[in-house]
Structure formats: structure tokens, C-alpha cells
Design a binder for this molecule. Sequence first.
Ligand code: FES
Ligand SMILES: [Fe+2]
Length: 353
Amino acid sequence: VNYVKNAWYIAAWGDAIAPGKMLARTLLDVPVLLWRAMDGTLAALHDRCPHRFAPLSLGKLTEGGVQCGYHGLSFDGLGHCVGNPHGPLAAALRVRSFTVHEKHHAIWIWMGEARADLSTLPDLAFIDVAPATAFSKGYLHSRGNYQFYTDNIMDLSHADYLHPNSIGGGAMTRTKARVEEDEQGVSITWLATNESLGPMMDAVLNLNGAPADIWTEVHWRLPGVMRLVHGGVAAGRPRYEGVNNINLHAVTPETPTTTHYFFAATRTINLHDAAFNEQFANTRQRIFATEDKPMIEAQHDRMGGREFWDLQPILFGIDHGVVRVRRKLEKQIVHETNQGATECPSPAIATNK
Ligand code: FES
Ligand SMILES: [Fe+2]
């Protein structure tokens, strides 16, 4: 299985790794050990000792890095051996390291061979400007290929059927989406006028079923970072009188059949209402965990390990975004393969003594 590798993925939320703590997590089929030193610095290494391949995550953090729990070799955050009780510090005693960068509350990782390019880190400034009482985030480990989780956001017509009691109001199905593509991604916009809002927003705006103007935009960036803007206002009124939510949905493949799902939400109303924030966060978490996730996992199971295109899906207009994103990912994977991007390299041979 191939992934886009020369790109930024979220490895974890920043607060998932406290100073002095490790986190072992498989990303793009590669076992990775992440840790945060006491001074806050982050490091990421291939979670496999070059000696006899024990997971470094079974070892312990020391002042200078991590010590393998099997025979005591130590490695710093760049993967250089800094301690060998059994021989010299040979240059071959190396572990592959990955570039990590913390921004927008997330720890981003670059898994490819090409030099990590900070200029391609997705801009999620909306997260940084949101007050704590208008921000929430979460993580779910999910079954199913990561592309199903992207498909789910690129086709929001599902909200009308899967979430009729919260988000869905029928407008997505009746509105034709505009799909645009650029170098880095795919954007979809649904603009609905005089339409019915989903029950949740309807309640927040006190519309009692009165018609609304609704806007929904998804901006997908390679390889799997989506910014979703969704808002509504009483029909004919200016947008600023309404409600506007900006959310993040980001997927990182764990394996071909499992996905790390990261999400975050911000909003423009009740900005300083902590209780509302908690209720809003819980509702979103519940919707995803009890409606989206089970459906996608069931879809995955029903496909029985077959590839999406091999099963010859019957597609509609609602799938334009889904198809564009899948094509773009495939194209990028081919591009990287042609450039000679390789799998995680084999460990160096230890020259001992
Ligand atoms: S396997 Fe790590 S020191 Fe032996
Ligand atoms: Fe959904």
C-alpha cells in the first residue's frame, strides 16, 4: 500500500504528549515513537532498535533521549546512538528520525524522504484565534481506510440521512455543490438559499423551521487535512447575524485498514460560554462516534478488503469531490513513486566492537 509521504500528517494532539512522556503510534504503517523532552522539545524515531529490533517504546526516556529496554543502547532525538554499553558509538548505530513540528495545537510529522517543507504545513489559523471557550478537539481511532473518512467529509449529503436529528436538514441533498481544484487541494462549496437548516443550528438561531440561507465549504489539502466551514442565517439576512462554525477534520492512516481521526471545532457564537462549549463538543463527539464512525466501519467491513475502484462504485453528482480527492491522491502517490520515494529504509547494520 502506498501513501503520500512527502507531506504533513497530524501524529497527535500536542497535549497528548506531556514533557517527559512518550507516545508509540503507527503512522503510514511505520511504528513511530514520539516523545517530549522536559524542555518541551519533540522528537520522533522509528520505533525499532537497530540492534535486535526491540521497540524503543518499551525502553525509557533519559536525559539525552531514549534508552532501549532490551540491552541499553541510547539514542537522541535525531536517532544518533549516544550510549552503547557493549561497544563503541558506531555511526551505523542509527535509528531513522522524522521531522516533527508543533502548530495549531497539533504535532505534525513528515514521513517522506524529501526534506520537510514547512511552507506546505496547512494554515489552520482559525484554531489559534479561537478562545478556549469556543474551541474543542478530539481524536478517534477508527477502523477502515483513511480515504473513507475523507470521502465522508467531501460528500456532506450524508448529513441529511445519517444525522437528521442534528446537522442534516435536507439542504445538502437539494443543493448542487461547486467543486474546485488547485495545486494543493480540492474545495467544495454548497450555497443554499431559502432552505431548511438542520435541527441544531435551527435551535441555536431560534428559527423554528423558518427558511435560512446556508453556506458550507470544505477545503481539502493533501494528504488529508480538511477545513470545514458551515453556517446559516435567517433567509435574506447578512451572514454576520447568523452562526458560523469552522472545523478541522484530519486523517492520518495508521494501516491500510485503520485510521487516526483528528477533529476540532470553533464557532462564532457564545464565544465565552464554557458550558455551551462543552455541550457543543460532546454533541459533535457523540455524532461522530455513534453515527459516522459505525457507518464507515460497517462500510469497510462490507467491502471485505476489496479496493474501492475494484468494486465499481456507482457514483453520482454528490461524489464529485470524493472522486477528485481520490484522483489527486493517486496522482501524488504516482508522482512520489516516480521521484523515487521509498519505503522506510532498512536499519543500518551495526558494526559492533
Ligand atoms: S534490541 Fe535494543 S539494545 Fe538490543
Ligand atoms: Fe457525518
